[in-house]
Ligand binder design. Structure first.
Ligand SMILES: Nc1ncnc2c1ncn2[C@@H]1O[C@H](COP(=O)(O)OP(=O)(O)OP(=O)(O)O)[C@@H](O)[C@H]1O
Ligand SMILES: [Mg+2]
Length: 440
């Protein structure tokens, strides 16, 4: 609580916010391979020590400029301070002094490096409309070359393979470890950002007597939470890569599983969602869920993201089924989960007979804090420190956040409903894995 941002810090933040963020693709994130060398990790640390402050700075700026007095809400200010503090910790971290020789070695293109240049191209994220997540600051400052990129971004590279030798000076390794520790602390600081921002929105709604959040605030929240997914992905990946060198599951690169098995994850999510449902409604047995999935379907993905999306959509279906048919029923209609594998996408359809959603409410399900639960559960930011996961329902974050996760790696989440019958949710997961993060 004693931390306070100085004017000088705010100036530095402003400067960093004038640079565009650099997007990374899933494929680039796995290029580090099983055991990145100290040199390779060091290069990635260097990239992140510039990239993360840029991303954090954009968020600090944006939190300052929210419409309709939202910036003034105490919880929003609190979140802004976290971003500014984390920014400060990153930019004030001392770098090791490197000899000329080591510097040469770090920047010398190795053979693997040339290969990586071919591999590391990112493509446009198909789930993002042009300009939806701007990577550059809003002021148009380019001199008419029209490519939409303000300042240099392209020459920054996330993955640079160093030579495979391990005889790096110990300072490099020490720096890598120190850097991972700072990231760890930052990650923990930001654990309750989603709940705290949600709290800020409630404060705003109460103060301004608003029933619903308007389009601008919705767009801000989409950008903000998407940015958070990206920042946490890079941080989580880097921390895992740093201590991966002790572990050895050949299918994992950091937190990415190169052979994410869809059936296994779906079965686990089904079990969890049914458990929460039984617990919440006091049922002897939750409605059944049938899974139709080839056991061999696997692809490169972050298992944690996929679990989150499945769990959220399944909880929604179970709730709809129980509430539609009554808690005292012995038998419920079965919810179906069908997994299809194509060249481009793996698609998961979740079909329930929970009575559907009126057509007029469809746009609302994508807005934050829209819920048909009467009594929103307690929104204490400290009650759940880890990623935002509600017991059964009631925050109105399940669908919009799941859609961001899907879009983050080029997938999407769609919902089609037949009012009076049920709902189909389509979760598209892009398996080409080359699309860039939706930039902020
Ligand atoms: N499969 C479904 N069938 C019927 N209604 C649904 C279904 N999925 C979502 N909804 C409606 O959309 C609303 C928003 O869903 P969302 O998951 O975003 O929030 P929530 O379930 O209310 O709360 P939580 O943030 O805890 O998930 C729900 O309250 C419900 O009214
Ligand atoms: Mg939900």
């Amino acid at each position: 609580m004693s931390w306070k941002k100085s004017e000088k810090l705010m100036d530095t933040i402003k400067h960093y916010a004038s640079f565009p963020a650099t997007g990374v693709s899933l494929r680039q994130m796995v290029q580090f391979g099983q055991r990145p060398s100290t040199g390779t990790l060091f290069r990635a640390s260097q990239f992140l020590s510039e990239e993360l402050p840029i991303r954090l700075a954009h968020r600090v700026q944006e939190l300052n400029e929210l419409p309709d007095g939202l910036s003034e809400m105490p919880s929003i200010k609190r979140v802004q301070d976290w971003y500014a503090q984390s920014f400060e910790e990153l930019v004030t971290m001392s770098r090791p002094s490197i000899s000329q020789e080591v510097r040469q070695r770090l920047i010398a293109p190795s053979k693997r490096n040339r290969e990586s240049r071919i591999l590391s191209q990112t493509t446009q994220n198909p789930s993002v409309r042009a300009g939806q997540y701007r990577s550059a600051p809003p002021e148009p400052e380019e001199n008419g070359n029209g490519n939409g990129h303000g300042k240099i971004a392209s020459q920054k590279r996330y993955f640079v393979a160093s030579d495979g030798l391990e005889d790096w000076p110990p300072e490099l390794n020490q720096y890598n470890i120190r850097f991972a520790q700072v990231l760890e602390r930052i990650k923990r600081r930001h654990d309750s950002v989603v709940t705290t921002v949600a709290q800020g929105i409630l404060e705003y709604k109460r103060k301004r007597q608003r029933m619903q959040i308007d389009h601008n605030i919705q767009a801000f929240l989409d950008r903000f939470y998407m940015s958070r997914i990206g920042i946490r992905m890079l941080i989580g990946q880097h921390i895992a890569l740093t201590d991966q060198r002790q572990r050895s599951d050949p299918n994992y690169v950091g937190i990415i599983c190169t052979k994410t098995n869809v059936r296994d994850l779906a079965m686990e999510a089904i079990e969890n969602a049914r458990f929460v449902c039984e617990d919440h409604y006091g049922l002897f047995e939750a409605p059944k869920i049938q899974l139709i999935c080839d056991p061999n379907i696997h692809f490169m993905y972050v298992p944690g993201h996929l679990s989150h999306m499945l769990f959220e959509t399944l909880k929604n279906s179970l709730r709809a089924v129980v509430e539609r048919h009554g808690q005292d029923k012995e038998e419920f209609p079965v919810t179906k989960v069908i997994v299809a594998e194509g060249k481009e996408d793996i698609t998961i359809k979740i079909s329930d007979e929970g009575g559907g959603i009126p057509r007029s409410a469809i746009p609302l399900v994508w807005t934050y804090m829209y819920t048909t639960v009467d009594q929103t559960p307690n929104l204490d930011p400290d009650f759940n420190k880890s990623d935002f996961k509600a017991p059964m329902a009631g925050f109105g974050y399940g669908l919009p956040i799941s859609r961001l996760y899907a879009r983050y790696f080029g997938g999407d989440l769609k919902l089609i409903s037949m009012e009076g019958y049920g709902t189909d949710v389509y979760l598209h997961l892009n398996r080409l894995s080359s699309s860039s993060e939706p930039l902020q």
